[in-house]
Design a protein around this ligand. Structure first.
Ligand SMILES: Nc1ncnc2c1ncn2[C@@H]1O[C@H](COP(=O)(O)OP(=O)(O)OP(=O)(O)O)[C@@H](O)[C@H]1O
Length: 255
């Protein structure tokens, strides 16, 4: 579905993406991880050209996104959903209106848009909050509206840029549950940037580890987190062991 070849992006002297190549298969759940600042967000933002790379090729179903004209790009963006860390809902609109907004703006009639928005909000368990404005919703519920907004387009590819990063730990879980549900039903191909190890372990078909703008390792969670070949992979393995030991000690009453 998606083939990225030799991608480069520099901000001043900083090489944020340094010759990155990656393929994503239809239906795959790919989790992109790595230390802060290694280039994960920049990488996924180049895919729908929120960030313009300096060099490289990004093929979506064999068409190079980087040479698309603005009208083609606009059509493409409807096939690629994006969920951000900051949900950026419109404060004066209800949950339903927030999801309908983009659909109506892109020319869809109100009735169809409302049906699609209702369906999308039901998929994320927000059918009971259609008339609530963002200020009346918790952070987790606001993020679920943000997810519904992307889902309403029925995108082929969903990209998630640290969707739980701005939530407190209790609300993180409710968003992860929704994401796991969508992944389980293979609603679309997913590229997920996250620091949530438990999500990566349980849900990912493939983990891609980045460091300093490059991919340093990729494979199934059972491979990358158990027999890593990179320093970053080794650090994640140690972190998982540490967390498992802490849980075991806590359960046996030692903590
Ligand atoms: N618009 C920009 N201008 C200058 N530098 C930038 C810009 N966007 C990103 N960078 C830098 O590029 C590098 C990669 O950033 P990016 O946001 O892709 O990292 P990341 O892996 O997603 O990090 P995090 O996990 O902290 O979100 C970082 O050093 C960042 O400071």
């Amino acid at each position: 579905m998606l083939v990225i070849q030799d991608l480069h992006k520099q901000f001043g002297n900083l090489r944020a993406i340094d010759g990155l190549s990656l393929s994503v298969n239809t239906g795959e759940i790919l989790v992109l991880m790595g230390p802060s600042g290694c280039g994960k967000s920049t990488t996924i933002r180049t895919i729908n050209r929120l960030i313009e790379p300096d060099q490289g090729t990004i093929l979506f179903h064999d068409t190079n996104i980087l040479s698309m004209e603005p009208d083609e790009l606009q059509k493409l963006r409807k096939r690629i959903g994006f969920v951000f860390q900051h949900f950026n809902l419109i404060s004066r609109l209800t949950a339903l209106e927030n999801v309908m907004f983009g659909l109506v703006m892109s020319g869809m009639d109100r009735e169809t848009a409302q049906n699609k928005a209702n369906d999308a909000l039901a998929k994320v368990g927000m059918e009971g909050h259609l008339d609530h404005k963002p200020a009346q919703l918790s952070g987790g519920q606001q993020q679920r509206v943000g997810i519904a907004r992307a889902l309403a387009y029925e995108p082929e590819l969903m990209m998630w840029d640290e969707p739980t990063a701005s939530l407190d730990p209790i609300l993180v879980r409710e968003v992860l549950v929704v994401m796991e549900e969508l992944a389980r039903y293979r609603a679309s191909t997913m590229i997920v940037v996250t620091h949530e190890l438990s999500f990566a372990l349980r849900v990912a078909d493939r983990i891609v580890l980045m460091d300093k703008g490059k991919i340093v390792e990729e494979g199934k969670p059972s491979q990358v987190f158990v027999n890593p070949i990179s320093d970053i992979g080794q650090k994640y393995k140690e972190l998982i062991e540490y967390q498992m030991n802490a849980s075991a000690q806590s359960l046996s009453g030692k903590i």
